[in-house]
Design a protein around this ligand. Structure first.
Ligand SMILES: Nc1ncnc2c1ncn2[C@@H]1O[C@H](COP(=O)(O)OP(=O)(O)OP(=O)(O)O)[C@@H](O)[C@H]1O
Ligand SMILES: [Mg+2]
Length: 332
């Protein structure tokens, strides 16, 4: 078992609310997770379950208002991020923790070359000459697999393909050798081949740099390809967690099971894929008890009244559903 001092990120009972007209929107409603050094942890869940809001809270990039950090704590290498002065947080962001966003065109500035933008990321955090920043930028572009980096460094974002832009974003995130990289659906907009290349690149970089990766996706196929451990998020909180092996072979929460059933596999080829009935509840109108109960085929009357606690299945595998837990105990 790894020791606690290799924990890079610890998020405890995070609550993020949005206030507007009508009831408060509880977008993140008690998210708890941990990421260790050199580990790739996937946060997986359907659209709207709070993955991006959680990541923005960790990065200190949520605009408040409209968001409000209503509770919880975030520790980065033991330091409490929510108690940090804005200047301290800015110094950390981009240097020791960096984020790759889903759509590179929204985070790359169209009027500057990619070399300018990556170089700037270095110059902001490190006391180096412009020529040195440029040399390192070219090396970073080579590291992320961009051919002809000496030429590409002077390209504007629109001159690159979607895959190259995403690689440039990864290069920018890597610029100062972060301890933690948060990647928010970085391959969703790319075709399958380029997606596989980017995942391979991240794995390679991680092995080389021992960086921790928080990888956000709704795609369990991507999870299988990249994750060491998985947190399954639903309606703003974690409903199951475990090693990738446990989650795929022995899912314990009916929501995780349903996500796996809707995953295309070779065996299911030609058959109609299962899709989970109903939809994720709106964060301002969550049902009582377990938030998945309206969609759950295994629902019991108690699930409507009370949200079950985490059940511990051993070896770090936990699920907030007692249904299989009870069955196993009965059989023992
Ligand atoms: N600025 C905002 N104001 C009000 N509600 C917001 C705001 N930003 C996000 N939300 C709400 O918070 C909830 C969680 O959003 P979030 O973007 O984290 O979902 P997600 O899991 O990242 O989904 P996706 O897979 O589609 O990216 C959603 O219901 C969303 O509508
Ligand atoms: Mg998102």
């Amino acid at each position: 078992m790894a020791s606690s001092n290799d924990i890079v990120l610890q998020v405890d009972d995070l609550q993020v609310h949005f206030h507007g007209e009508g009831p408060v929107s509880r977008a993140v409603d008690g998210a708890t997770f941990t990421i260790r050094e050199a580990e790739t942890v996937c946060i997986v869940g359907e659209s709207g379950c709070g993955k991006t809001v959680t990541a923005l809270a960790v990065m200190g990039l949520l605009s408040q208002p409209p968001a409000r950090l209503a509770g919880g704590r975030i520790f980065f290498q033991g330091q409490s991020l929510l108690d940090m002065a804005p200047a301290e947080l800015r110094a950390l962001r981009g240097k020791r923790m960096a984020m790759v966003f889903q759509e590179p065109m929204t985070s790359l500035n169209p009027v500057f070359t990619i070399g300018n933008q990556i170089g700037e990321a270095i110059l902001v955090h490190e006391d180096v000459a412009v020529s040195e920043a440029r040399r390192r930028t070219i090396q970073l572009l080579a590291d992320v697999g961009i051919a002809d980096p000496e030429k590409r460094v002077d390209d504007y974002p629109h001159q690159l393909s979607g895959g190259q832009r995403q690689r440039a974003m990864i290069a920018m995130a890597l610029a100062c050798g972060p301890t933690l990289m948060i990647a928010d659906e970085p391959t969703t907009a790319l075709d399958v081949t380029v997606q596989a290349q980017i995942l391979q690149l991240l794995r390679h970089l991680q092995q080389r740099n021992r960086m921790a990766i928080q990888y956000i996706t709704h795609d369990l196929g991507v999870v299988a390809a990249i994750a060491d451990r998985v947190y399954v998020m639903y309606a703003g909180l974690i409903i199951e967690q475990g090693t990738t092996d446990h989650i795929f072979k022995n899912p314990r929460h009916p929501y995780t099971m349903a996500l796996l059933d809707s995953l295309p596999t070779r065996e299911k080829r030609g058959r109609r894929l299962y899709s989970i009935p109903g939809s994720v509840p709106h964060p301002a109108y969550k049902p009582s008890g377990c938030p998945f109960h309206p969609r759950c085929p295994h629902r019991r009357p108690s699930c409507i009244e009370r949200f079950p606690d985490m059940c511990d299945y051993g070896e770090g595998h936990l699920a907030r559903c007692p249904i299989l837990f009870g069955m196993e105990k009965d059989q023992a």
